[in-house]
Design a protein around this ligand. Structure first.
Ligand code: MN
Ligand code: MN
Length: 294
């Protein structure tokens, strides 16, 4: 792997490590979710990088893809099980990481279990192993008390591409894809008290550019603003929209020029926890570097 590429991944990783600390600091009961997201995103910008995607703040049976909107009114509660998913990019190279917090203390075991599964998976990874073997290993680390979410996966990462084709399932699977030195990917087990399946819920304020074309001036101007996200997911909060632009955004969505992501929810409304790190395989004298972990 090129030295410069490696350094970019490492630098993005160091910034999200700081962002994880900030997340633990600001995600306290009584705080508006919009404040939590912006404090974390602003830390990334203050460090000279850009968020790779809007901070996801998904609560309880929401597994992923909720990010606060422009006029967010949800306040974090003590009982909430909050997944904080954070990404930063340096020259398009992405560090993707997530943690789960709960201030009631009632979900600590499940949160620790997810972190433990992730830590063991990161140890298991080495060049020559297949994605199928990794999935089987991950599934075997999960105790019978919990179900692993079967239809959410980790993913390979490429420059300006958060989900780069090859998925990293958290269950036994038939993938013969061989893990190689220099590979960059995110490992992210999700555990739940539910049945272990995710479905689409309401829309969650996260968008991404699609190929659809539009003609109106307001829509084209808004698309120009959207180009600066380089094809990565973005938040409506990042667009500084007036009333006309809000209508334009809706038109972009109906024209498939922009996709509006639904929140992902557990089908049985089970509580979901997540742990995630990004890894560079075998590039430090044969050792793995977990870019998002000290
Ligand atoms: Mn993530
Ligand atoms: Mn990820």
């Amino acid at each position: 792997m090129e030295q410069e590429v490696k350094q970019n991944y490492i630098e993005a990783g160091l910034v999200v490590q700081k962002a994880r600390e900030k997340a633990r600091e600001v995600a306290v009961p009584g705080t508006n979710l919009g404040v939590i997201a912006e404090e974390i995103e602003n830390l990334i910008r203050d460090e000279g990088l850009e968020p790779a995607f809007p901070v996801n703040l998904s609560i309880n049976d929401q597994a992923a893809h909720y990010s606060p909107g422009i006029n967010e009114d949800r306040v974090l509660e003590r009982s909430d099980v909050l997944k904080i998913d954070i990404g930063a990019r340096k020259d398009g190279y992405i560090a993707d990481t997530a943690l789960t917090i709960n201030h009631s203390g009632e979900h600590s075991e499940m949160i620790d279990a997810a972190e433990d599964v992730l830590a063991k998976a990161l140890e298991f990874i080495e060049p020559g192993k297949t994605v199928g073997e990794l999935g089987t290993f991950i599934q075997n680390q999960v105790s019978e008390e919990y179900n692993v979410v079967r239809n959410l996966t980790g993913h390979y990462i490429e420059q300006y591409t958060q989900h780069a084709g090859v998925s990293i399932p958290n269950i036994a699977n038939a993938s013969n894809h061989v893990i190689q030195e220099g590979d960059a990917f995110a490992v992210e087990p999700f555990l739940t008290t539910g049945s272990g399946k995710i479905k689409n819920g309401k829309k969650g304020n996260i968008y991404i550019r699609q190929k659809g074309k539009v003609r109106g001036r307001a829509e084209r101007n808004l698309l120009k603003k959207i180009e600066k996200f380089q094809g990565l997911p973005f938040s409506s909060r990042w667009l500084e929209m007036g009333p006309r632009e809000r209508i334009a955004l809706k038109k972009l969505v109906s024209a498939d020029a922009v996709k509006h992501y639904p929140v992902l929810k557990e089908v049985e409304e089970g509580t979901v926890v997540q742990a995630e790190h990004t890894i560079l395989v075998g590039v430090d004298d044969g050792d793995n570097i977990v870019t998002t972990r000290p």
